[in-house]
Write a protein that binds this ligand. Structure first.
Ligand code: EPU
Length: 302
């Protein structure tokens, strides 16, 4: 096709998306591309428009369930050096959307910058985390809930709209909600985040504590996409699914984790269809027992 000739970036055809998702599930992408620079990203957008091709951006692939049939059109990854840049200015950091959260935490640690440690262990990229306002929910002994989300750290976010126009949005112009944001309608290029100076020792201590809590409560034994459903207001989807007695329930090689019922793990050859079947079982049982509608947190790409 003509559009392919004008690009400097490599185009992979029929690239198995199971290699790009934390679930290890997903059929082939018709075209899989890591744009080398902004210009290539722009011309890709133009081509997608002109040839009416579907167009999606994949981050770390840690919060998506991709169809077993794969995806038509262009699947784009910002995992290239141009989109992984990082620069420090006083207590602020400018970071590209393609950098992983775990790399980012290590970069901050080196510069003795604190405030983002709660993101440690989340297998996402900066772009994905901003788009869905990734974070954690802290439970005080009083049972009071407190959230820490990446949106709290944002000063500005640079984005490209689907016409190829770059915009610099400041904090006030962005809506951050629980596991969603107004940024999801753009291609996120990078952000400027504000942190505070701290001693490396204190940062290390916090990282260790957050990782410990994750390891105790969550299931890292097999590939997964983290929590599958959003928490309903004031409760935990995991607790509700657990109370329905669904821990350990299997469809094919997909299994509701025995450690945390809001995790579905891939025991080997699970398909998207298996996962969807388990999700609809959990949804049905929770609705039946508690009258609560669970909503998926993961994005379902079919
Ligand atoms: N619980 C059960 N059974 C289970 C799972 C949980 O009884 O199978 C109970 C726990 O004992 C606890 C309560 O439910 O009393 C809450 O569980 P947990 O502390 O594990 O937190 P969560 O509400 O299930 C949320 C986020 C996690 C985040 C943790 C920790 C969502 C959907 N989940 O989980 O985020 O790591 O808090 O901050 O917002 C993710 O988004 O992918 C994710 C894993």
């Amino acid at each position: 096709m003509n559009w392919q000739k004008s690009l400097k970036s490599k185009i992979l055809e029929s690239e198995p998306l199971s290699s790009h998702t934390s679930f290890r599930i997903g059929g082939p992408a018709e075209f899989f591309i890591r744009p080398r620079n902004i210009d290539d990203l722009k011309s890709l957008l133009e081509s997608a428009k002109r040839y009416k091709m579907a167009f999606r951006v994949i981050g770390a692939g840690s919060n998506i369930l991709v169809s077993d049939k794969g995806l038509k059109g262009v699947t784009l990854s910002l995992n290239s050096p141009c989109f992984r840049r990082i620069a420090f200015r006083n207590n602020c950091v400018e970071v590209g959307a393609g950098r992983t959260l775990n790399q980012f935490i290590q970069n901050l640690r080196k510069h003795c910058l604190s405030g983002a440690e709660f993101l440690v262990g989340i297998p996402g990229t900066i772009g994905g985390a901003l788009s869905m306002n990734a974070g954690i929910i802290l439970r005080a002994e009083s049972q009071e809930l407190r959230a820490k989300n990446i949106g709290d750290l944002v000063e500005t976010v640079s984005v490209m709209d689907y016409n190829g126009k770059i915009k610099n949005l400041n904090k006030k112009g962005i809506r951050f909600n629980y596991r969603s944001s107004s940024l999801s309608k753009y291609i996120i290029l990078g952000a400027r985040l504000k942190l505070k100076k701290a001693k490396k020792k204190e940062i290390d201590k916090r990282i260790k504590e957050y990782l410990k809590v994750r390891k105790i409560n969550q299931d890292y034994s097999h590939p997964s996409a983290g929590c599958v459903f959003k928490n309903p207001c004031g409760d935990s989807a995991g607790r509700l699914i657990d109370l329905c007695g669904l821990k350990g329930r299997r469809v094919g090689d997909a299994c509701i984790s025995s450690k945390h019922a809001n995790f579905i793990i891939n025991l080997g050859r699970a398909t998207a269809t298996d996962v969807l079947e388990l999700m609809s079982l959990a949804k049905k049982e929770v609705k039946h027992k508690f009258g609560i509608n669970l909503e998926p947190e993961i994005k379902i790409w079919v």
